[in-house]
Design a protein around this ligand. Sequence first.
Ligand code: ZN
Length: 77
Amino acid sequence: MARPSVTRIAQVKEQAAAGVDYSPRLGARCPWCGKRARIYATQPWIELTRIRYHRCENGNCVLAATGISIKSIEVDG
Ligand SMILES: [Zn+2]
């Protein structure tokens, strides 16, 4: 595996913290490896949005290896 660039790691960490899109059908994808990330916490709906927290479980993924949580945002409508 090629060594990932520091810049890309920083960008992906930022994306994981800021929130990725959540699809009711597909769930949330890890911003690093693109695989579906498992939910470990689901917040109640607030107005039209719902926040979830995920962790990637792909053994080859930087986010999985560092245990960084991925926030996702579902928007109703
Ligand atoms: Zn991943």
